[in-house]
Design a protein around this ligand. Structure first.
Ligand code: NAP
Length: 342
């Protein structure tokens, strides 16, 4: 059966301006890091998640060259759905991809050289069978490549018509200031920054979020549910179907006593707000006026629906925020901290 999008899809979310740009993004974006790779994922729930997301007003889908496993398969799978079912909606979609991490063997298969970034973008376009992506990111800061070269590659992606906008991910405040200047000199503004951020990973509050506001760059926070840790799923044991059991990017060592105490307390606060903990975690990330979007992952349509329902309660009283601050403390879970340390 051919997919037909819900006619009322744009009545549900309040879109947010991405920094000082002309681009509006949905408050919740769907990422395809997990659950969209491999051979069979698009035969089942993953495809339904994409349709449900679009039906509920999510216009932005976030990918990267190496999402899978295997590398590239999330882009290929997304491309299949895009070209079959979502083709006529292409102008309603914001598709992003990135390059920076390990993708292919040899010296040109990762980091921030022009050689790697532009070759990777070409591969992404081929896998997704699109002429351009809406946003192309430098996925991580490369301390050994001149930032000018990475900026050249990003700017060139726009000049060649292969990307409409560019962004950076997991750059420190200092390197963001530098990259912003370099991109400006090349006539291509830095649209957006994609850092990790959640109730138990608050590094961007030190200076990055203020820098982004000052520079007029949008902010899209990834892993706002701390890869699922900001839910009740790990309170009693490790469920068989969960990211920890998948043996991937989340380690059971992260389930500490200090973590469990925080989750129990935060769940009580969420309940008083008539929200689940994942819902409160998303509303909380979006409490910053210059937070453009919370970039979630979902394994099921039900998870996606629950996350989107966070939008029914976005207001926090100052007392609630104070109470949350008692328990929303660092848990040493930022796997991407190396990229932003310089
Ligand atoms: N720029 C970067 O370096 C970078 C790095 C990482 C991610 N990202 C982007 O950010 C996106 C999101 O990352 P993420 O998947 O880590 O985000 P997340 O939203 O923090 O975690 C998603 C996971 O949380 C669980 N979950 C989601 N909704 C739930 C609900 N309602 N109740 C209970 N559990 C729920 C699911 O875990 P289970 O599978 O255990 O059910 C789901 O797979 C990625 O797809 C990618 O696009 C970017």
């Amino acid at each position: 059966m051919t997919y037909k999008a819900q006619s009322k899809r744009y009545t549900k979310l309040i879109y947010r301006r991405c920094g000082n740009s002309g681009l509006l993004l949905p408050p919740i974006t769907l990422g395809l890091w997990h659950n969209f790779g491999g051979k069979n994922s698009m035969l089942n729930e993953s495809k339904k998640i994409l349709f449900r997301a679009f039906d509920r007003g999510i216009t932005h889908f976030d990918l990267a060259n190496n999402y899978g496993p295997p590398y590239g398969s999330a882009e290929s799978n997304f491309g299949k759905v895009l070209n079959k079912d979502l083709k006529k909606y292409r102008d309603e979609l914001i598709i992003s991809t990135k390059a920076g991490y390990d993708m292919w063997p040899g010296p040109y298969g990762e980091w921030g050289s022009k050689k790697y970034l532009l070759a990777s973008l070409d591969q992404s376009l081929k896998r997704m069978k699109v002429d351009y992506v809406d946003i192309f990111y430098s996925h991580r800061f490369d301390p050994l490549t001149p930032l000018e070269e990475t900026a050249d590659a990003l700017a060139q992606s726009v000049k060649l018509g292969k990307a409409l906008y560019v962004g950076i991910s997991s750059y420190s405040s200092k390197q963001t200031l530098k990259m912003n200047k370099l991109l400006k000199q090349r006539g291509v503004p830095c649209l957006i920054h994609q850092p990790s951020y959640s109730m138990i990973n608050r590094w961007i509050e030190k200076d990055l979020i203020k820098t982004l506001k000052k520079l007029g760059i949008g902010c899209i926070a990834f892993s706002p549910l701390a890869q699922g840790m900001l839910s009740g799923k790990y309170l009693k044991s490790i469920p068989k179907i969960s990211r920890i059991s998948d043996n991937s990017s989340l380690d059971k060592k992260m389930i500490t006593e200090s973590y469990l105490t925080k989750i129990k307390q935060l769940t009580k606060i969420a309940k008083k707000r008539n929200q689940s903990l994942p819902q409160m975690a998303l509303s909380w990330v979006l409490r910053h006026k210059n937070m453009t979007s919370a970039l979630i992952g979902a394994r099921t349509v039900d998870q996606l629906d629950e996350c989107l329902d966070s939008q029914n309660n976005l207001i926090f009283s100052s007392n609630e925020l104070k109470e949350i601050d008692k328990f929303a403390k660092e848990e040493n879970i930022n796997l991407w901290s190396k990229s932003s340390k310089d």
